[in-house]
Design a protein around this ligand. Structure first.
Ligand SMILES: [Cu+2]
Length: 209
């Protein structure tokens, strides 16, 4: 190998190494979030949301979700939406319902109605909103409002798996077994260059759900 070729080869190797380093630095790593109660028992169905870089992000205008009323219950009984989402509350029963929330992050009421209300309800603040019906006391639902599109619920083993880039993020978690009115628990999550395998989150649930 001539001296010039050798120099080119060395340069190429250096470039490749730099590329590999750069892509490792931005690559996402697979992170498992494990939610448990205070005794270490896994919690299925916990809501987990992560704000990348700790930055809150609202939903794109026009983002919609729906909670119907069917057979005198809310269907589904829990939705997780991004801040700014407009939620429709169609009544599919023949009886009228009166949907309300006293939750501080979104107090509202849809007075006794049939069919589809004229306008959806926009959930513009992060938090947990509890819904009820003035006519049917057993009707309860939750709208969990999070400032990120990156959210999900834990499986039967209490786990939610997602891809996270290196950085300092903000994780929020909540479980229906937590005290009524409890907000999402906030926990910082730091993903280093070597990645991060598991994040444990202990939620203050009241007894077994
Ligand atoms: Cu009702």
């Amino acid at each position: 190998m001539s001296r010039t070729l050798w120099q080119h080869w060395r340069m190429a190797v250096a470039c490749l190494c730099l590329l590999a380093w750069a892509s490792a630095a931005v690559a996402a790593s697979t992170v498992t979030v494990l939610t448990t109660d205070a005794t270490g028992q896994p919690l299925a169905g916990a809501v987990v949301a992560v704000e990348l870089g700790g930055i809150a992000r609202a939903a794109a205008p026009g983002t919609r979700a729906e909670i119907a009323q069917r057979q005198r219950s809310f269907e589904p009984g829990l939705v997780v939406v991004q801040v700014g989402t407009a939620v429709e509350f169609p009544n599919q029963d023949t009886v009228r319902h009166h949907v309300y929330s006293f939750s501080p992050s979104k107090p509202f009421e849809l007075k006794l109605y049939s069919g589809r209300p004229a306008a959806p309800v926009v959930f513009d603040q992060a938090g947990v909103v509890t819904l009820g019906c003035n006519i049917h006391d057993q009707m309860v639902a939750h709208v969990v409002v999070v400032p990120t599109p990156l959210h999900g619920r834990t499986d039967a083993t209490g786990r939610f798996v997602l891809e996270l880039p290196a950085g300092e993020h903000r994780l929020r978690a909540w479980h229906p077994g937590m005290r009524e009115g409890a907000d999402l628990l906030v926990q910082p999550v730091k993903v280093g260059a070597a990645g991060l395998a598991t994040v444990k989150v202990v939620l203050p649930v009241m007894g077994r759900p």
